[in-house]
Design a protein around this ligand. Sequence first.
Ligand code: BMA
Length: 329
Amino acid sequence: MSKLLNCDECKNMPWQDRPEGSFRPVWRYSNNPITKREYNENIDRIFNSALVPFDGEFIGVFRADTYQNRSFLYVGHSKDGYSIELEDKPLVLHNENGEVLPNVGYSRFDPRVIKIEDVYYVVFCEYTNAVTTAIAYTKDFKNFTQINNPFTPNYRNGVLFPRKINDYYKILLRPCDAGNSNFGDIYVSESKDLHYWGNAKLLLSAGFSGWNWTKIGGGPAPIETDEGWLILIHGVTSTCSGWIYSMGGIIVDKDDPSKVLYRCDDFLLTPDTDYEKTGFTPNVVFPTSVICDGKTGRMAIYYGASDTYTGLAFTQIDILVDYIKKHSK
Ligand code: BMA
């Protein structure tokens, strides 16, 4: 029976038992999606967002797209992990010199929130001159400081590991297509101080199975288990009717996370319901955060559905790890 490591108890996390007769490793919340369209007069769609336990409730950073199709980051609150209330205004980011960074409204999206010791890091895609990965940090979700340019352009889907490994912060990065490079593979890089990154190693290439022929990218923060780091990813395949985004999973070595131990050949979740198949971008399941309960091994996975809604799905660490190992090639 696999176990979660370094994971606190989370008594009030959202949960539903696996439906009777189901043989799939991940099951959807029966009342999905948890965010609906037309949230308020400014925000049309909330998706690809990240929640964490905070003061007995939940808090997070949410991607909110407007009626002009611009993306903003908002802090949001949830008492129960199901209903979400966004703050009135987008979050404000200061750079390390204390200056407010301009928020032009098409430039910040797909946040992940990762707690390392007592600091919450928000890793997100930022579009200024070109798209890249940005890192901001906060302790209170009121004051956010953004690290000054840790990466050159063309890094996407950055995800920090939730603790240092052998004294180094580690990050998963998925470079973008530059026309002549391998499009959509995941690398792992390391840093002593979160500012200067290096020693990048290829972790995983797209195309290891039919659901990820086109590209892959990191999902929620890696989850520590007694088998190694469990990493949920998204994978994209190309069809006659366009791209399909699914969720998959791998397990990597606990001391050297560039070493893949298990690589699940099957997708874990793929678009199937109306809210995943129709919306602003059809056929998208895009996992971005997981709340875990260290006591029971329960996991609640938040994912963007069709770039329009927030979906919630459940699994249990022993079921998921067993499935990944059994279907690994
Ligand atoms: C990716 C990102 C995500 C989006 C996904 C599907 O490249 O832009 O924000 O959810 O495509 O459109």
